[in-house]
Design a protein around this ligand. Structure first.
Ligand SMILES: C[S@@+](CC[C@H](N)C(=O)[O-])C[C@H]1O[C@@H](n2cnc3c(N)ncnc32)[C@H](O)[C@@H]1O
Length: 274
């Protein structure tokens, strides 16, 4: 039996996979980043980041890291998906410690999965590092729990963004009929600029206009604002109050919980002072 020589055995070992870390940056504040994300940023040589990633989070990157903005901001493409994949492939092939940094969680409505697939097709592996998604963090930072026993047994997260190539009035791929009849909380991302259309559509599909709803704008950031109103009134109020993006729309009875918490705190204070 001929045995392979030490050299040919060595040759047969597959090369280490080239690797990129696909990291979630959370909703904005640096202290809502995971420790793993902070460590990887501190070791990075290249950080390719989306527009929603804040300066506070980027400040955690190694001083020697090259920071490259990518993604989309209010419809404007900074670097296309293809350009980002090309850059990541080249960096991974060159052996650079590379972080692809996305707002919130990298695979919640952030096209992280597409990047992982396109990188894999070119021989680059992706390690996913979860982040706190704005779908949960934005309501929570406004005091709204997305689930609550007896009120909302679950939550549904949808995007309001239309698929590329679909017309202005065309479908966006989200199941709005399901959202209209869903018994738990409905959370909509990327919907702030189409609020009237979305709230109108949900009502046309059967959701009551009196359903509690809220828009949480710039959650966790210095400009955080929360507007709560019945579904039928929310778009007009949001327009009047100029709530800035990014913002998350929350629909369901859980929206009433912060007011109930305030009421109980008030009662407890009165009781304590008597
Ligand atoms: C392209 S999606 C990315 C979502 C991200 N992957 C996540 O898990 O949060 C961008 C949307 O997330 C929401 N968003 C992200 N950060 C936010 C924040 N700090 N406050 C409110 N909404 C936010 C907005 O709905 C925004 O349009």
């Amino acid at each position: 039996v001929s045995r392979p020589s030490a050299a040919s055995r060595h040759d047969a070992v597959p090369p280490l996979p080239r690797r990129v870390h696909l990291v979630g940056a959370g909703p904005g504040p640096a202290d809502l980043l995971t420790l793993r994300a902070a460590r990887l940023l501190g070791q990075a040589e290249l950080v390719v980041h989306d527009q929603l990633v804040t300066e506070d989070v980027l400040a955690l990157a190694s001083p020697r890291a090259e920071l490259v903005p990518a993604g989309r901001r209010q419809g404007r493409v900074v670097a296309s998906h293809e350009e980002v994949v090309d850059l990541l492939v080249a960096a991974a092939r060159a052996g650079r410690r590379t972080v692809r940094l996305k707002g919130g969680d990298p695979v919640v409505l952030g096209r992280g999965g597409e990047e992982a697939l396109d990188l894999a097709a070119r021989g680059v592996a992706c390690e996913l590092v979860p982040g706190i998604t704005s779908a949960v963090a934005a309501p929570e930072l406004a005091g709204i729990p997305v689930t609550h026993r007896g009120v909302a047994p679950g939550f549904l997260v949808l995007t309001a963004q239309r698929a590329p190539g679909s017309s202005a009035s065309g479908p966006d791929g989200a199941d709005w009929a399901l959202a209209a009849r869903f018994s738990g909380t409905v959370v909509v991302l990327m919907g702030a600029t189409r609020l009237a259309e979305l709230c109108g559509r949900l009502q046309a599909l059967g959701r009551s206009g009196t359903t509690p709803a809220a828009l949480v704008s710039q959650a966790g950031l210095p400009g955080q604002r929360v507007l709560a109103a019945p579904l039928a009134q929310l778009p007009e109020r949001a327009l009047a109050e100029h709530l800035p993006t990014p913002a998350v729309l929350v629909i369901g009875d859980v929206v009433g919980i912060p007011a109930e918490v305030e009421r109980r705190l008030g009662d407890a204070l009165v009781a304590a002072s008597v």
